[in-house]
Design a protein around this ligand. Structure first.
Ligand code: FES
Length: 62
């Protein structure tokens, strides 16, 4: 798997695990594992992983 967040050295699989454990927004992911919380360049990757996991449905319903 590729690195999702280079600032925090987090792989795609680690972010997906956070999403599968209940994170349903970039802020949730950030709060849980810090991905996206530094330079922000990985936010689009996090959004893509949220979409792939179907977690964005929860965001649009909120
Ligand atoms: S690459 Fe994720 S916050 Fe910088």
């Amino acid at each position: 798997m590729a690195i999702a967040c280079s600032c925090h050295g987090l792989r795609d699989a680690e972010v997906v695990e956070v999403i599968r454990e209940g994170a349903c927004s970039v802020d949730d992911v950030m709060d849980t594992c810090q991905a996206g919380g530094n330079c922000g360049s990985c936010v689009s990757t996090i959004e893509m992983l949220l979409a792939v996991e179907g977690a964005l449905d929860a965001v649009s319903a909120a």
